[in-house]
Design a binder for this molecule. Structure first.
Ligand code: OGA
Ligand code: NI
Length: 415
């Protein structure tokens, strides 16, 4: 796939042509994302349109991956006993598997059954639990959420089957750093970045202008239909939660949705974490906070892996049957002036079983400026973040890869 802003000659196989044509884009390696961010976030330097446009142009200009992409599933299937150096994390970043799972502790589990009860006190109780979870954990599980359990199970299984298809079939959907859409195995374009033990498939569900079913897997047969239906149901659940979030923040019911620009973006990322011969040395996904609004995750019911940072410990999520794991993303942290927290999480892998999870990212309109809502900015708590569109924000993650909470932290206005 060629880079959006370059002449189509880039498709040629000649390395010389390729190199010459890629040149206009190489500045992305020299203009570091943090420099870009400091340019567009210094409050005394309001976002000049030229800079924003440059950032957006950069995004379209992301070149091809800097090196051949290795499918982790392929590595796993090859029967290696020792994982390649690129997947080995620094000792301080490795998972401490037994220690964390032993703990009885779990993220809050909230029953949504009473959300629409005629009993006001039951409604309030449920809303209060959600509010506390968003403030203290940034993560919770929901049951009785209204999404069909059968649809959830079928959609997860169709993705499991997709990843089991022969490599050549999946390669037809190989993604590029420009849009990330398709079959992928890395985040970030740095040449020597550390790699994670997982493959994924990323697709746009909303807005309609970005949705293109031809880019979704045509196999298994039912994949497109299931994803379509699943997306619709889960986006509906996201909308309900947005209303609850708004009300529990003391805002009118539609406030957050409006602050999202009135038009939702939704992307789906199916994650596939193959068996790993040395799970104690690597991670399926490195620590990160989700850049978007909120994430509705369908975890693998049978295989643990997701860990959430809480009070400086990594807590392993124990999935409740048929639940969704909900987490606050960076954009809601910014909108709520950090009342609701976008919390770091990571994924452990294991040697006995592969793991499949399905994340739906519920995002603001990509060209709407996201900034703390006025009602949540006070004298004691001035605006912590400068305005930025989600499009601009995403450039950072897509170029640099997953870096804990560094991007939302770097957005903070200087005191
Ligand atoms: C993600 C993510 C967790 C999981 O896709 O952003 O954090 O359990 N996934 O796969
Ligand atoms: Ni995540």
């Amino acid at each position: 796939m060629h880079c959006g802003c370059l002449p189509s000659a880039i498709n040629t196989n000649s390395t010389r042509t390729r190199r010459r044509n890629l040149k206009p884009c190489l500045f992305i390696y020299t203009l570091t994302p943090s420099l870009t961010l400091s340019l567009i976030t210094t409050p005394s330097f309001p976002i000049p349109t030229t800079v924003s446009r440059r950032v957006l142009r950069m995004m379209n200009c992301l070149p091809l991956w800097p090196e051949p992409v290795v499918r982790v599933q392929h590595l796993s299937d090859s029967g290696i006993r020792v994982i390649p150096e690129r997947y080995v994390k620094k000792p301080s970043e490795r998972p401490s598997i037994s220690e964390s799972i032993d703990k009885e502790i779990n993220i809050p589990v909230i029953d949504l059954q009473n959300l629409y009860s005629s009993n006001e006190s039951l409604r309030r109780k449920t809303a209060d639990l959600i509010s506390a979870a968003c403030r203290e954990w940034g993560f919770f599980q929901v049951v009785n959420h209204g999404v069909s359990h059968q649809l959830m199970a079928e959609t997860r299984e169709v993705w499991r089957q997709f990843f089991q298809l022969p490599l050549e079939l999946k390669q037809q959907y190989a993604n590029s750093p420009a849009t990330y859409e398709g079959y992928g195995s890395r985040t970030g374009i740095g040449k020597d970045i550390s790699l994670d033990w997982g493959d994924y498939f990323f697709l746009h569900y909303l807005p309609m202008s970005l949705k293109d079913q031809n880019k979704w897997p045509s196999l298994p047969d039912s994949c497109r239909e299931l994803v379509e239906e699943y997306g619709e149901e889960v986006v509906k659940l996201g909308g309900k939660l947005m209303k609850i979030f708004s009300v529990t923040l003391g805002l009118s019911e539609n406030h957050l949705e409006q602050a999202f620009g009135g038009e939702i973006g939704a992307c789906i990322r199916a994650n596939y974490y193959p068996k790993c011969p040395q799970p104690d040395l690597t991670l399926g996904i490195s620590p990160h906070s989700d850049p978007g609004g909120m994430t509705l995750l369908l975890p693998d019911e049978n295989v643990l892996g997701l860990q959430v940072r809480h009070d400086n410990n990594w807590i392993t999520v124990k999935p409740v049957p048929n639940a969704f794991v909900i987490n606050i993303g960076d954009q809601i942290q910014v909108l709520t002036n950090a009342t609701y927290k976008s919390v770091e999480h990571r994924v452990m892998v294991n040697s006995a079983k592969e793991r499949v999870s399905l994340a739906l990212f519920y995002n603001p309109r990509s060209d709407t400026l996201i900034k703390p809502v006025e009602e949540l900015v006070t004298e004691e708590k001035p605006a912590l973040y400068s305005p930025m569109t989600f499009d601009e924000y995403r450039v950072y993650v897509r170029t640099k890869g997953l870096c804990g909470k560094s991007q939302v932290e770097s957005l903070k206005s200087p005191k």
